[in-house]
Structure formats: structure tokens, C-alpha cells
Design a protein. Structure first.
Length: 249
């Protein structure tokens, strides 16, 4: 029976299972292992019921601590592990990211430059996120941030590379977030009060497949395979093996 990767969890727009993706050795990633999502704090009661009904055992939340404050507690048998992927919120770092993105020629170059900065600056936190997925109990793990595009997109890209999924396939999965969030992003861009802010939001809302391809190509040129990058950042070999096995069986 063919399974769809897209999941309808009411309140979220960008939820999909990482199963069913072809690997470079002719295999396929497992369903019911890892789910990527936008902020699950937006889920309605029906959405939370769908998450619980999917068998989720652990949620890995990549958001800043400040972003957690608006989420009401839920009495669900699901473990939540918080890994602030970009550390403590720092307005100065936000300005650095904006300046770097604004200096690029187009949205592809901006996304590439900013993502590579994230991967270099916060390598230890990426390793921690992968370890949080690897150490989860049997059953689906949800990985999410706010939109499920940037922090989640990079973490998922590393997971999929560990599992042997090709860069082109990962880039297509990444670009699907832009499609899923399209209406919401368009409204957000339309609300910009200045042309400068509109351009900034266009850049932030983009999810070009080419950018993810170039990011992964450059990361591997600098550091070797995803496993090498994560190992150098502090991930244990056992965690890398478990993360791969979770998606490969």
C-alpha cells in the first residue's frame, strides 16, 4: 500500500514523515521513524490527538527558550527534549545574519550563506539535536522549530545524509516546506511596512532547492560526510549509528 508522507495535523501546515525517500544504495527510509514539522504549539486539540495517535514518543524542539513561553502544557505521554539549535537568543547575531543575507545577490545565495554560517557557528548544537533523535525510544520522533523550514530543514538534512539519502532528494524535500508555507509566507511578506523589510521577508521565506544542494555540497567539501561533520562537533559514534538505523531499520 502506498503511503503519503504529508501528514494532516490540524493547526500545523508543514508536517511530513521522513519515510519513503530513496537512498543512494537503492534502499528507502523508514516510515514512522522521524517526522518533521512546524511549531506543534499551533496544533488544535484535534491536531494533538493526531500526533498522539501517530505513536509519537519524543518531540525534539529546536526553538529558542523564549519561543516556548506561549505553548500551553499538554498532558500527553510524549517526552519533550529541548535543544535550542541557535543557543540563547542574541539580537547581535540576528543583525549579523541579516547583514550577511542582505549582502548576497539573490535568495539562493543568501540562504546558502546564512545556512553555512549556522552550521559552522552552532555545530555542537546540531550534534546535540541529532543525538536527541538517536536516543529516543522506539516510535516516531517529531523534530520541529517555528516554521519547520530552517532549523528543522538543516537538522533533517543531516539526518537524511546519515541515512544515505542523496543531496538532490534532500533538496526536494526541503523545497516542499516553501510550498507548504506559501500562503502564510505571502501574507507575512504583504504585511511588511517598508520595501527593505519586504525584501528581508522574501529572503527569509524562501526555500530554494538549489540553496540546500549547495549548502550540503559545501559542507561536505569542508568537513567530509555528514557523519564526519557531526563527529567533529561532538556526536558519539553510537548516536550516529542509532540515528542512521532509526531511518534505515
Amino acid at each position: 500500500m502506498h503511503r503519503t508522507r504529508d501528514l494532516a495535523w490540524d493547526g500545523c501546515l508543514n508536517v511530513r514523515d521522513l519515510g519513503g525517500l530513496p537512498t543512494e544504495d537503492g534502499g528507502e527510509t523508514r516510515f514512522d521513524a522521524v517526522v518533521r514539522a512546524d511549531s506543534i504549539g499551533r496544533l488544535s486539540d484535534a491536531g494533538w490527538a493526531a500526533l498522539a495517535g501517530y505513536g509519537v514518543r519524543r518531540i525534539v524542539d529546536l526553538r529558542w527558550r523564549d519561543e516556548l513561553e506561549g505553548d500551553p502544557p499538554r498532558a500527553l505521554p510524549v517526552e519533550v527534549v529541548h535543544v535550542s539549535l541557535f543557543g540563547d537568543y542574541d539580537p547581535a547575531f540576528g543583525r549579523e545574519v541579516d547583514a550577511l543575507g542582505d549582502a548576497q545577490a539573490d535568495e539562493v545565495a543568501a540562504t546558502r550563506a546564512v545556512y553555512l554560517l549556522f552550521l559552522e557557528r552552532y555545530a555542537e548544537n546540531f550534534a546535540g539535536a541529532i543525538s536527541a533523535v538517536a536516543g529516543a525510544p522506539e516510535g516516531p520522533v517529531v523534530v520541529h522549530c517555528a516554521a519547520g523550514k530552517d532549523r528543522t530543514g538543516l537538522t533533517v538534512a543531516l539526518l537524511l545524509r546519515l541515512a544515505g539519502v542523496g543531496i538532490e532528494e534532500i533538496a526536494r524535500d526541503y523545497a516542499a516546506s516553501g510550498e507548504n508555507l506559501g500562503g502564510e509566507i505571502e501574507r507575512w511578506i504583504a504585511e511588511a511596512e517598508t520595501e527593505r523589510e519586504r525584501r528581508r521577508r522574501l529572503r527569509l521565506g524562501a526555500a530554494p532547492a538549489r540553496a540546500m544542494r549547495e549548502v550540503l555540497d559545501e559542507l561536505e567539501r569542508r568537513h567530509g560526510a555528514a557523519a564526519d561533520y557531526l563527529r567533529a562537533a561532538g556526536a558519539a559514534d553510537g548516536d550516529l549509528a542509532r540515528a542512521r538505523a532509526r531511518l534505515r531499520g
